[in-house]
Design a protein around this ligand. Structure first.
Ligand code: SAM
Length: 197
């Protein structure tokens, strides 16, 4: 297993401190929604901007919530179709708000309101990228990786969120997979990703 760790720059560090400071306050929720590009662009998305340039992409996000990460990806990447899987269990309001928030991208988005396990048949093969941010237990992440890896093209990206000490289950499942398959993992607070060989 090889680990590529990209150094944080000063701007990343400032944004991460600001994120921690405002975490889960109403102000943070408001700012994130009106300016997700500034506050929410994930390291894996930045990596994909350079990797894929203008290539038309078919992508998948598992765990969508209010659609903030989906919005940054839809804005910054040349996405043709983004499959978005989230069961929104007992949360019709969040589902409705998210549909409204991303309405501008209706022609590019496919919502699958199911758990990742139940959505597998509706997810196409030959994905360019997958971003995992659904259930965060060791078992769930392990299952999601196993479910999805074969559906990613060679040269495509598998990655996700919360690869840090607060989420030991995520770290364990990801590192086990990477080590078992002798892959190279990239990490930058708080994302992980691999390029499928
Ligand atoms: C951390 S949030 C996702 C945040 C989103 N990726 C973002 O950054 O904007 C986690 C989401 O995963 C969803 N979720 C939980 N279990 C899931 C499962 N088994 N399959 C798919 N999504 C799941 C939850 O409903 C929740 O909305």
């Amino acid at each position: 297993m090889k680990i590529l760790s990209n150094n944080l720059n000063n701007r990343d560090i400032k944004l991460n401190f600001a994120n921690l400071f405002m975490y889960k306050t109403r102000l943070y929720a408001f700012i994130k929604k009106i300016s997700p590009i500034l506050w929410y662009t994930r390291p894996m998305t930045k990596f994909m901007i350079h990797l894929f340039k203008n290539k038309k992409l078919i992508g998948l996000e598992i765990g969508v919530e209010y659609g903030l990460n989906a919005k940054t990806m839809l804005t910054l990447l040349p996405i043709e179709k983004l499959y978005m899987v989230d069961p929104y269990i007992n949360n019709d309001q969040m589902y409705r708000e998210t549909r409204k928030y991303l309405a501008k991208y209706d022609d590019k988005t496919i919502f699958i309101r199911k758990t990742s396990e139940n959505a597998a048949n509706e997810i196409p093969d030959k994905l360019d990228f997958v971003y995992l941010d659904g259930a965060h237990t060791y078992e769930a992440v392990k299952k999601d990786i196993e479910l999805i890896y074969n559906k990613i093209k060679k040269g495509g990206i598998l990655g996700g969120h919360d690869f840090w000490a607060n989420e030991i289950g995520v770290c364990k499942a990801v590192l086990e997979f990477v080590e078992y398959n002798n892959l190279t993992i990239n990490g930058k607070l708080t994302d992980w990703w691999i390029v499928k060989e």
